[in-house]
Design a protein around this ligand. Structure first.
Ligand code: COA
Length: 322
């Protein structure tokens, strides 16, 4: 009886173009020292003008499929988490499905929960696979966040980068994904948003990211730790059972504070933010892929994934590896 899903492959893609903090300081009143001290970020990758979000997703997905030893035709579900879709519609997942050459096989759709989007995509795909609706799912986080940044706003433009990560989930008799716990609080939507709207052929309001950095920081640390505790309690586990914490890669200080609250030592935290900045929904699958490629995760280990983002929306998931 297949009651669970488990991760059988990971893949990631970061665009070739790198912009360092020093590069930014040439046109912006900032410095490498300020950015590194406040965020831990050293550089970010930026998609080429002709690269769409689905193009980043395509490469990450192909790598995840190769890592899983599956062909694209084995996939019968695609869930893409993105805040920066190729277009208003169709979904980036449908575009990705076509670019992967998958036809007449299962569903493809997007979910949107900004930087926590991957947790929502993972929970959706996990439950669909566990219930028998799909056998092999591609769960993708893909973003071109740098396209919705105001490059004159030093409080936000230093924080984000582009990229995509993908996991392949397969139906399994044993877990896999132990459980995922999701939350949203729309009352906090004003502290992080991009309030522009496409209407009557025009953009109304600002299409750029707007943020109250301090409020976001406090909220993020609180809910990342809380939702991880919730997931642990649900499974009768303790923070000391966590072998690897894989947090949303927003900011090194947020990750450090979350790990400290949970009592997870720094060497047990996957941290890719220095080289990639905040890639929004892509950050968790990119961090997972980083962990896999660096041989971090051993069979039987417990991974705690946790993310938070605009909405506000947040969630945590526990994964038994291998
Ligand atoms: N370079 C130099 N100075 C900067 C700057 C930059 N890139 N950005 C802001 N400053 C300045 C501010 O203008 C302010 O100057 P002032 O005191 O003269 O007004 C000063 O630095 C302090 O600004 P403040 O916003 O209070 O800094 P902070 O210590 O809160 O750090 C963030 C700002 C954005 C790094 C921090 O709030 C943060 O990381 N928040 C969470 C953001 C995040 O992760 N968002 C995504 C969540 S999914």
């Amino acid at each position: 009886m297949m009651r669970y899903s488990r991760i059988i492959g990971t893949g990631g893609y970061l665009p070739e173009k790198i912009v360092t903090n020093d590069d930014l300081s040439k046109t912006l009143d900032t410095s490498d020292e300020w950015i590194q001290t406040r965020t831990g970020i050293r550089q970010r990758h930026i998609a080429a003008p002709e690269q769409e979000t689905s193009d980043l997703a395509l490469i990450a997905s192909q790598r995840a499929l190769a890592n899983a030893g599956l062909a694209a035709s084995d996939i019968d579900l695609i869930v893409v988490a993105t805040t920066t879709p190729d277009m208003v519609f169709p979904s980036t997942a449908c575009i990705l499905q076509d670019k992967l050459g998958i036809h007449n096989s299962g569903a493809a759709f997007d979910v949107q929960a900004v930087c926590s989007g991957f947790m929502f995509a993972l929970a959706t795909a996990d439950r669909m696979v566990a219930s028998g609706m799909a056998k092999n799912a591609l769960v993708v986080g893909a973003e071109t966040m740098t396209r919705i940044l105001d490059w004159n706003d030093r409080g936000t433009c230093i924080l984000f980068g582009d990229g995509a990560g993908a996991l392949v989930l397969q139906a399994s008799e044993t877990p896999g994904i132990l459980s995922t716990h999701l939350h949203s609080e729309g009352r906090q939507r004003h502290i992080l948003n991009a309030p522009g709207q496409v209407r009557d052929g025009r953009i109304y309001g600002t299409p750029f990211i707007h943020m109250d950095g301090g409020a976001v920081f406090r909220f993020a640390v609180q809910v990342l730790a809380e939702s991880t505790q919730e997931a642990l309690a649900h499974n009768g586990l303790q923070p000391s059972d966590i072998d690897w914490l894989v947090p949303h890669q927003a900011n090194a200080r947020i990750m450090d504070a979350t790990a400290k609250k949970l009592g997870v030592p720094p060497e047990r935290v996957i941290n890719t933010v220095a080289g990639q900045a905040n890639t929004s929904a892509a950050s968790i699958p990119l961090a997972m892929d980083h962990g896999v490629r660096h041989g971090c995760f051993k069979s039987g280990q417990l991974l705690a994934l946790a993310a938070v983002g605009g909405g506000f929306a947040w969630g945590a998931s526990l994964v038994r590896w291998g």
